[in-house]
Design a protein around this ligand. Structure first.
Ligand code: ZN
Length: 406
C-alpha cells in the first residue's frame, strides 16, 4: 500500500482563499506540502473544487431514521420528545441494532461530504461503536443534555462536566433554550451562574435567546450552533441568527437528527440560506456558510490544529465537489449528493465517483460500488449489506432519502 501520493491540478478553497492549479502531497494521512509527488500523482484537473471535508457539529446518530416525527409547533423540546418516543416510526427504528443505526448515520453524513461528526449523546452510548464507523465521531467532549429543569441528566452535571472540558482542553456541549417557556428561557442565566460560559462552551439551538443572552454569549466567547431545519420543524421559529452573527459569535451549522432536522448537511445549509432570506430579506453569504461547516466547527470543537481547513501539517480530510458554479463557495452551497465527487479522510478515499477507482485501489480501501442519484460511486465498507439487514429487520424495503443507494 502506498503511504504517500499527491493530488494535482486542483482548484482549492482553503476555505479562506481560493487558489488555482495547486498540488497537494499527502503523506501518512496528513498534508505534507503543496507539491507534486514524483511517484504517485493523481491529476484531478478542471471541473472540480477541493475543500476541507465537512464537519457536522450537531447530530444524534442514534436518531438516524425517517420520516421526521412531530406535530408542532411545540412550546419546548419536551412534548416533542414524548411524541417521538410514542411514535410507530420510533418503534420501527428500534427493530434495528444501535450499531446498525450508527452505521446508517455515518453513511448519511459521509455521502454528503462529512468526515467529522459530533454525536450529542452520553459517552456510554456511542463509545462501543466509534472505532467501527466509516467516519470520525468526536470522542473528546463533555456534555449536558440541556441545562433547564427538564434536563435528561446526561453527564455528571454542569459543574463537573464544564471542569472536565477546561482541564482536558475539550468542548463542553449542551442544548440550550430550545423552547419558549419560563424554564427553557433560563438557560444562559443558569450557565452563567455556574461559570460555565466560555470559549470551551458549545451552545446548541438558543431559539429563546434574547438580546442580553446574545451579548453575554459574545462576551464570554462561547460558540453557537444553528440548526434551522430542526427549529423550524419543531417550533416554526429559529434563533436570532443575524444578531448572533453581528456580535461576532463563532457560529456553526448542524443538522440535528433527521427525526427533526434536514436529511443531511447539504440540505441543512440550503435551508439555512432560505430561512435567513425569509427572516431578513437578504442573502447569507455562501463563503460565510462554508465557514460554518468547516473552520468554525473545528474551532468550537477544539480540533482546529488538525481539521477544518487545508493546511500543511493538518489531517488530509478533503472534499472534492463537481464545479457547478464559477464560485467554489456557491458550488458547495448548491451541491447535490451526486456532486460529491470524492471524500478523503486522513489520506484515505472513503467515498467518491468511480473514475477515482485507481486511488481507492492504490490506498487498498475495502469498498463497494453503489449508485447514488443515478451516479456510480465507490464507498468504504458495505452500505448495501446494511440496507439489506435493515430491510430484513423491519420486514419491508423502506426508502431512506439520506441514503438513496441502489
Ligand atoms: Zn439536538
Amino acid at each position: 500500500m502506498i503511504t504517500e501520493y499527491s493530488l494535482s491540478s486542483i482548484t482549492m478553497a482553503t476555505p479562506e482563499t481560493v487558489k488555482g492549479d495547486v498540488s497537494l502531497k499527502i503523506s501518512n494521512g496528513r498534508i505534507k506540502e503543496f507539491k507534486k509527488s514524483s511517484q504517485n500523482d493523481f491529476t484531478i484537473g478542471d471541473g472540480y473544487f477541493l475543500f476541507p471535508a465537512l464537519i457536522n457539529i450537531h447530530d444524534h446518530l442514534f436518531g438516524t431514521y425517517y420520516p421526521k416525527i412531530g406535530n408542532g409547533p411545540y412550546i419546548c423540546w419536551l412534548p416533542w420528545d414524548y411524541d417521538l418516543k410514542s411514535s410507530p416510526i420510533y418503534e420501527e427504528r428500534n427493530k434495528n441494532s444501535a450499531y446498525e443505526i450508527y452505521l446508517l448515520g455515518s453513511y448519511k453524513n459521509l455521502i454528503s461530504g462529512v468526515t467529522t461528526v459530533q454525536d450529542h449523546i452520553p459517552h456510554k452510548v456511542n463509545d462501543p461503536f466509534i472505532e467501527k464507523l466509516p467516519i470520525r465521531v468526536i470522542k473528546d467532549y463533555s456534555l449536558s443534555h440541556e441545562v433547564s429543569v427538564y434536563d435528561l441528566k446526561w453527564g455528571d452535571g454542569i459543574d463537573v462536566e464544564y471542569k472536565k472540558a477546561v482541564e482536558n482542553d475539550i468542548p463542553y456541549i449542551t442544548h440550550v433554550e430550545e423552547g419558549f417557556d419560563v424554564e427553557s428561557l433560563k438557560g444562559i442565566e443558569i450557565l452563567e451562574e455556574h461559570g460555565a460560559l466560555s470559549e470551551y462552551t458549545i451552545l446548541i439551538h438558543g431559539i429563546g435567546f434574547n438580546e442580553n443572552d446574545i451579548k453575554l454569549v459574545a462576551k464570554r466567547k462561547a460558540n453557537f450552533v444553528w440548526c434551522p431545519g430542526s427549529n423550524m420543524f419543531m417550533f416554526n421559529r429559529t434563533a436570532k441568527i443575524k444578531d448572533i452573527l453581528k456580535e461576532g459569535i463563532n457560529v456553526s451549522i448542524g443538522t440535528d437528527s433527521p427525526s427533526s432536522g434536514e436529511i443531511n448537511i447539504l440540505e441543512e445549509i440550503r435551508f439555512a440560506k432560505k430561512v435567513y432570506y425569509e427572516m431578513y430579506g437578504e442573502e447569507l453569504d455562501d463563503k460565510e456558510v462554508v465557514r460554518m461547516i468547516t473552520v468554525n466547527p473545528a474551532k468550537a470543537l477544539r480540533i482546529q490544529k488538525d481539521l477544518g481547513s487545508i493546511e500543511k501539517g493538518k489531517k488530509a480530510d478533503l472534499l472534492l465537489i463537481s464545479k457547478t458554479y464559477d464560485n467554489p463557495y456557491s458550488s458547495l452551497v448548491n451541491a447535490k449528493l451526486s456532486d460529491i465527487a470524492l471524500v478523503i479522510m486522513e489520506g484515505k478515499p472513503i467515498y467518491g465517483d468511480e473514475n477515482f477507482a485507481q486511488l481507492f485501489n492504490a490506498l487498498e480501501v475495502d469498498h463497494e460500488r453503489i449508485t447514488v442519484d443515478s451516479k456510480n460511486k465507490l464507498i468504504v465498507g458495505s452500505p448495501t449489506k446494511l440496507m439489506n439487514d435493515i430491510w430484513k429487520n423491519i420486514g419491508y424495503k423502506k426508502k431512506l432519502p439520506f441514503l438513496p443507494i441502489q
